[in-house]
Design a protein around this ligand. Structure first.
Ligand code: DMJ
Length: 555
């Protein structure tokens, strides 16, 4: 029997820049539901505003004791509201789609991607339940994984998505719970993914068959893999090596960076495709959005993960961020919002003023890189260079822009893509209809969480609360679960029937941590979050593990 193909179209939630295609069949039904929801949402919003005004909302630092207590209670209330949103989303999924990979909360339909399911939503959401102390649903998830989850299926999965969500989810569940059964599953999965790296260069193929271990080239330009996808499996495989002692995972992972770095991309800015056959970049498009984003994230996080011993990754990261400052930072008109432009025609081509919401990860990443996880106050006292200051300043400016991507829409939710105005227009950003959907993405709240932890400036919590309220108001269904939107500028909201697993794995997790008054939970100087929001401990390499490559000089 021919192997089943990876789920690349029609369904969600795989590829990041999948084109948007609205469905029209149930329009009337949706309209009715929207009206009801909108009214309920409006009432809820009024209640919340009244509560915020009368309930001693946060008024900034330097409060007197009595006020401070009220402020703390307020953040606890907000955190509880996020936990409730998770519980409601989860209950809806458990009741109507338990065990399925794709969940459509409006129609209450679901389906699997692999023949026997991949545990896609359960595994991705599990560590959030552990962090939120939701012990009963976490136990049901544990039982489902133990009794139902098998990776021995004749099915091709996307190498990157399976690594960051499934391998990452299992590893962080092991880290947080201490249960070896998650590590056993992770090891089985890790072994099955290794076949993806059997290319002439070691750059992984886009897909791999879980049973046969055979990799398959992508359908994209000449079979090239996405650069971000090839370069975003390292934290997971290295942690797996640390836990199992099996160095093969580590070697496969780091080889990818050796090959990528061997291209000597000018300014450390890489094209978004790479050939597994030649190891060379393909095409001329350079961006920090889809297919480029987490390459830069994992440059930094590999350095942090292994106790800041692998300086090769820090050198790459510094070079890339210098490239971002020099080549990609732009200001919009008329308000001067800082955004990160794209290069459609190579490093010396003209910039394009398009920015994906995905780029908003960079605000947090820059702040994390500047202090390496310490608070800003501590980092500034210890050592503080002009370079760190510049990265921190850019982090704050970009954070503001990303929040504006929410604030400037009718729903208060961000579109997938914004186009910034550099000419005479009256608006700083334009949202095209094909880019106007919201997939419950995490990048902005992820960065708000990192900036809050690093700066301790409460503005980042306030911004996060505003975003969460917009989700409550416009993306919440009658049963309390949450869905995506087709267009963030349409009222009443035009909902899309899909709940992304990263809503549970990332968006709600980061909001929950953002509102946690206890900043010692998962401290940024002791853990790294993988690109899917799964926390792993930083670890000491000891004498057993080492970086197996060095940067080569450009010819
Ligand atoms: C997630 O799967 C990860 O955060 C990935 O790095 C980017 N895309 C989604 C969320 O938007």
């Amino acid at each position: 029997m021919a192997p089943m193909r990876a789920d690349t179209d029609n369904g969600l939630p795989l590829y990041k820049d999948k084109p948007f295609a609205p469905r029209s069949s149930t329009r009337k039904q949706r309209q009715l539901r929207r009206t009801v929801l909108w009214t309920v949402g409006a009432v809820a919003a009024v209640v919340m505003i009244v509560r915020a005004i009368g309930g001693g909302g946060y008024s900034g630092p330097g409060l007197r004791a009595g006020r401070k207590k009220a402020a703390q209670e307020s953040w606890a209330d907000r955190q509880a509201a996020v936990r409730q949103a998770f519980e409601d989303s989860w209950r809806s999924y458990e009741e109507t789609a338990w065990g399925m990979d794709v969940y459509r909360p409006v129609s209450k339909t679901s389906r699997n991607m692999a023949p026997e399911g991949m545990g896609w939503i359960i595994v991705d959401a599990l560590d959030t339940m552990l962090i939120m102390n939701l012990t009963e649903p976490a136990e049901r998830a544990r039982t489902w994984i133990a009794q139902n989850l098998t990776y021995d299926q004749d099915y091709e999965v996307n190498t990157f998505e399976t690594t960051i969500r499934m391998l990452g989810g299992l590893l962080s569940a092991h880290y947080l719970s201490g249960l070896d059964e998650y590590l056993d599953k992770a090891t089985d999965l890790g072994n099955r993914l290794l076949g993806a790296f059997d290319s002439p260069t070691g750059v992984p193929y886009a897909s791999v068959n879980l049973r046969t271990g055979k990799g398959r080239r992508s359908m994209d330009i000449g079979g090239a893999s996405s650069t971000a996808e090839a370069a975003t499996v390292q934290l997971e495989l290295k942690y797996l090596t640390k836990l199992t002692g099996e160095t093969l995972f580590w070697e496969k992972a780091e080889k990818v960076f050796e090959v990528l770095d061997g291209n000597h991309a000018p300014h450390g800015l890489v094209p978004i495709y790479v050939s597994p056959e030649t190891g060379q970049f393909a095409g001329r498009t350079i961006r920090l959005g889809s297919r480029g984003d987490s390459y830069y994230e994992y440059e930094l996080k590999q350095y942090l993960q292994t106790g800041r011993r692998e300086t090769v990754y820090k050198a790459m990261y510094d070079e890339s961020m210098a490239g971002v400052h020099k080549k990609l930072v732009r200001k919009s008109k008329p308000r001067g919002l800082t955004f990160i432009a794209e290069l459609d025609n190579g490093i010396d081509g003209a910039t394009s003023p398009k920015m994906d919401h995905l780029v908003c990860f960079l605000a947090g990443n820059l702040a994390l890189g500047a202090t390496e996880g310490a608070t800003l106050e501590l980092a500034q006292r210890t050592r503080w260079t002009a370079r760190q200051a510049a990265d921190m300043a850019l982090a704050k400016e970009l954070m503001h822009t990303c929040v504006q991507m929410y604030d400037q829409t009718a729903t208060g939710l961000a579109p997938e893509i914004a186009w910034f105005n550099e000419g005479d227009g009256a608006e700083d950003m334009v949202i095209k209809s094909q880019d106007a959907h919201n997939l419950q993405r995490p990048e902005t709240v992820e960065s708000l969480f990192v900036l809050w932890r690093i700066t301790r400036d409460p503005i980042y919590r306030e911004w996060g609360w505003r975003i969460f309220q917009a989700f409550q108001k416009y993306a919440r269904l009658e049963d309390g679960s949450y869905t995506s939107l087709n267009n963030v500028n349409v009222l009443p909201p035009d909902i899309r029937d899909n709940m992304e697993s990263f809503w549970l794995a990332e968006t709600l997790k980061y909001l929950y941590l953002l509102f946690d008054d206890d900043t010692s939970v998962l401290p940024l100087d002791a853990v790294v979050f993988n690109t899917e929001g799964h926390p792993f401990p930083r670890f000491d390499m000891g004498t057993r593990f080492k970086t197996g490559w060095q940067r080569s000089a450009a010819a």
